[in-house]
Design a protein around this ligand. Sequence first.
Ligand code: GLU
Ligand code: ZN
Length: 298
Amino acid sequence: MTASRTSSYIGRFAPTPSGYLHFGSLVAALASYLDARAVGGRWLLRMEDLDPPREEPGAQAAILKALECYGFEWDGQMVRQSDRHDAYAEVLNRLFQQGLAYACTCSRKQLEPYHGIYPGLCRNLGHAQNDAAIRLRVPELEYRFVDRVQGEYHQHLGREVGDFVIRRRDGLYAYQLAVVLDDAWQGITDIVRGADLLDSTPRQLYLQELLGLSQPRYLHVPLITQPDGHKLGKSYRSPPLAEDQAPPLLLRALRALGQKPPTELDGASVAQIMAWGIYHWDATLIPRTLSVPEAQLS
Ligand code: GLU
Ligand code: ZN
């Protein structure tokens, strides 16, 4: 396979071990995998284990097992974010020293009236780093990008987000910082992930700009919603991916992504379905929104 790999495409799947993979994760993983393999690109796996208290025991092993059962083959060694703390600390300290980030001691209660948009209360107070969250100053600017499926997306960082946390008060690094550093470090050219992260992308674009990192292409796959268009709540969530259901669930995931596997593939093996998917992958068929009838979820 490596012989034909002339592509510079590098994609990745970056699960969080706070739970098991479910049908929605399969759709995102499959889109990212096929998009990479269809052009002979590389596909990397990164475990986003930044938050040990929220980690589900056994989830890391279960995620790897499920990916294997479902026919995903990643290149090289899996990277764990828990091994990357030194890299995060270095950048965080630099941002802090340059005054681009600052310490915030606001309590949750104090911030309640602001509905998640941080009003900059600690911006100029010069708090020390310890026992404080670290927030990144955002510019009063709109960040925009063109997503391959969702089209143009824009967000005004000052008005819609505010200075955001890059290290929590309990010392844990925030997803926004880690994801940007790791995608750059791993040379990711193409990010394919769930649309729940669409509104994180402008924060990531700002961090890339600030740190002089190149900007990957983005493709946000539609979230699976209830028939009435609402986001899937926990109770609606499909169960962890069953190991003995890989072929039919892969076919269902392909169809959810707008691909058209022929009915002859019903009853085919995981390897046959993946091979078909790689050969016939067409990202332009992915719908912007998706509704899966409740009955189909389990
Ligand atoms: N770890 C994130 C999640 O599981 C995905 C990160 C990303 O793809 O950027 O939701
Ligand atoms: Zn504060």
